[in-house]
Design a protein around this ligand. Sequence first.
Ligand code: FAD
Length: 483
Amino acid sequence: LKRDPKYAQVTEEHINFFWRLLGSESALIDGVTKDATDDIEPFNADWMRKYRGHTKLVLKPSSTEEVSKVLKYCNDNMLAVVPQGGNTGLVGGSVPVFDEVVINMSRMNQIRSFDDVSGTLVADAGCILEVTDNFLKEKNYIFPLDLGAKGSCHIGGNVATNAGGLRLLRYGSLHGNVLGIEAVLPDGTIVDDLSTLRKNNTGYDLKQLFVGGEGTIGIITGVSILCPRRSNAVNVAFLGLESFEKVQEAFKEAKGQLSEILSAFELMDSYSQDVVYQVTKNNRPLESEHPFYCLIETSGSNSDHDNEKLEKFLEHVMDKNIVSDGVVAQDATQVKSLWGWREGIPESLGYWGGVYKYDVSIPISELYGLVEETREKIAGAGLIGGSDEHPVVSVVGYGHMGDSNLHLNVAMRRYDKRVEALLEPFVYEWISKRNGSISAEHGLGLAKKKYIGYSRSDTMIRLMKQLKDLYDPNGIMNPYKYI
Ligand code: FAD
């Protein structure tokens, strides 16, 4: 990949413009930071420490009008930009590739309004997910999305990546929950589509292009989103199972018996749990070890009723030999600690050095086959060992079973070209053959730029390019990434 010379380099004149627009007299103010290595590095490096850019300028606008002026200036001056939320994205989309200007949204962090009859929240894109959810908690509502990075990721980033997360099974995708969007196009145009209506069939639903657009056509500055009532009875069961066939049976039973209260069904293989154990040394939830584990969450309105259902379900699946062992959380602390065995996986995997991550959708019956074949391939090449010569620590599979969404992760002592050559395009070919998706919820960013053709036809890619050219004719928005 080469830097495209059509983009201008940041000059003193540009910086002066941004200082006048965003900042005060001080040089290292929050609004604009200038070439100060210490300050700028976190904005250049992604969460996995896999991608590193070389921006010299990070801008933190605090209003939609400021975003508009910044983008218009960048567009007029051919300065390439990277929109950045909490920088927790997992495909290298949120950091520059070369010297693109980072437009970080963290200063746009205000809740604008909340209607506690309809449950509609309107908020700035830079609101942190967990902070927003805590605001909603006080009103007895819940954000319809939850994920492990909630303490850092922004709701604008969530929408820009169309994040799926832990409760999609219950509350559905952001394509359905986002009711409106305010965004700024590269030429400074403010697209004010912050509708709070659930129903609005008046022509093309253009806001959907920003949901999952990964910052390639504009910057989301505000979001209007439908939030469900918070369930006052949340319960969690943690199960051990002997095979992936049994996991599928348990899922079927859970849908049948827990139906309307089922809010999460998460899969974790024993390799993933070993990794969490090695890193955290926490007491394991079950006494014996099993090849597979599931975490089931229920959320309902009546605690007695839900407990009864969950206990009955557990009895049934154990009687039928579908589940070998299981535990139901007794209190909120235990709910949290059981969730830790699922939510702690991504962080624990990063403990040794690096992780190759594949977030994919596969028809459910074949879901785990990809992990087995990948593990065999890597073991066959003698690369498992966690040492310099055998750099693979573990090949693990986990994910949102309820959505047929698998995370195949390869934990590494250090990134290694031999392993890369085994993984790609093997993984993508495997998925394509089964009509799966090479990106279920993380997006394409830089990591999957080359591989979009495994999941999208030439016609679809051509239409995407036409839309990109229409919204961003100069190509300044998040260049070098998937489109
Ligand atoms: P960033 O990482 O800053 O940006 C992501 C992309 O969106 C970039 O392309 C960026 O240019 C663009 N972008 C950001 N903000 C804007 C904006 N305001 N306007 C336009 N474009 C913008 N994802 C899931 O789907 N499900 C999970 O369960 C899940 N779990 C995770 C667990 C962990 C521990 C981590 C680290 C990540 C996880 N993710 C998960 C990845 C997920 O994509 C991000 O956590 C989140 O959605 C990205 O939000 P962010 O604010 O950090 O965006």
